[in-house]
Write a protein that binds this ligand. Structure first.
Ligand code: AMP
Ligand code: ZN
Length: 114
């Protein structure tokens, strides 16, 4: 259920502090420690699942809830002009933390043109 060496399991357990924006029995959302956008939150399942490649049908409910939560959080955090969602998976997907998480990037991005 949880991995003692996993940084996001430690956040879920309250052993590492985070700036939480949402919590229920299955999900936790908190601000990324190194934001890439004015609003940058991570949505994670409380259960330890290493990556999107490791999900199965028993995870269907909270996987759906992760997607439903993104627009709600952006609205709650005042993002009105769109946002980007990203689940990095595996080495070639740029995944660094091996506890499944969805990035949600909102607000104007410094690297965006125009
Ligand atoms: P990824 O490359 O998709 O695995 O992204 C991992 C993300 O986790 C990065 O954007 C990190 O800045 C973020 N991160 C790592 N440790 C923490 C932490 N303790 N609190 C909040 N965000 C973190
Ligand atoms: Zn974990």
């Amino acid at each position: 259920m949880s991995d003692p060496n996993c940084v996001f399991c430690k956040i879920v357990a309250g052993q590492i502090p985070s700036r939480k924006v949402y919590e229920d029995d299955e999900l936790l959302a908190f601000h990324d420690i190194h934001p890439w956008a004015p609003v940058h939150v991570l949505i994670v399942p409380k259960v330890h699942v290493a990556s999107l490649s490791d999900v199965d049908a028993s995870h269907e409910k909270w996987l759906g809830k992760m997607l439903l939560l993104a627009p709600k959080l952006m609205k709650d955090l005042g993002v009105t002009n769109g946002y980007r969602t990203s689940i990095n998976t595996g080495p070639d997907g740029g995944q660094e933390v091996y506890h499944l998480h969805m990035h949600v990037f909102g607000g104007p991005r410094p690297w965006a043109k125009g």
